[in-house]
Ligand binder design. Structure first.
Ligand code: ATP
Ligand code: MG
Length: 175
């Protein structure tokens, strides 16, 4: 049996959006299996990181499996932050299946993996002006059109967990 080539994509995925979907498709055109690392997994219930790792796992799993990506081709792994950047690569490698290539546009992530001797690839950004988590969350707060930026399965999960009311509630001032 020939060994599988695996690629890793790490993001907070707050939430997964169509930009991530585009990059995941590109990665799967290059490697056999993709590992989705859910970064800052310990964070939730803040405006920047509203969803738990469990909720994000559900969003990612439904978005991939119900958009033609067979579950045998991906892994989803929550990754908690560590207080020391120099130890983060070891933390990632402890938690994920073995991988050949790390895909990231984030300079810190790139640097840490290069110094650890890994192959880093920078995927092209897909319509970044709108396909960013920051823009999705801004639209959620301001009653804008956030749904068109996400796979429909992710919209369903956000509605199931009452996500928009969570974000709006968190944005209120204490009275
Ligand atoms: P936030 O605004 O919350 O930081 P984000 O859209 O940058 O959200 P992250 O979870 O930080 O999402 O993304 C992690 C990785 O996903 C990025 O380093 C980048 O490689 C990829 N990515 C994000 N947006 C896009 C996009 N529009 N097209 C392609 N790749 C993207
Ligand atoms: Mg980002």
């Amino acid at each position: 049996m020939v060994d599988k080539v695996r690629g890793l994509l790490v993001g907070r995925l707050q939430p997964i959006h169509d930009g991530h979907m585009d990059v995941i498709s590109r990665i799967l055109a290059e490697v056999d299996e993709v590992i989705i690392g859910i970064g800052s997994a310990q964070l939730s219930h803040t405006l920047k990181d509203p969803f738990t790792a469990g909720e994000r796992t559900m969003m990612i799993n439904k978005a991939l499996s119900e958009n033609g990506i067979h579950p045998s081709r991906y892994y989803i792994t929550p990754i908690q932050d560590v207080a020391r950047n120099s130890l983060w690569v070891a933390q990632v490698k402890m938690l994920t299946p073995p991988f050949e290539i790390i895909y990231s546009g984030n300079p810190l992530v790139q640097r840490l993996f290069i110094e650890a001797g890994h192959k880093v690839s920078t995927p092209p950004l897909f319509n970044r002006e709108v396909y960013s988590g920051t823009e999705v969350r801004r639209r959620m707060l301001e009653d804008g059109d956030w749904k068109s930026l996400l796979p429909p399965q992710v919209v369903d999960v956000i509605e199931e967990i009452d996500g928009i009311n969570r974000i709006k509630h968190l944005s209120q001032k204490e009275m």
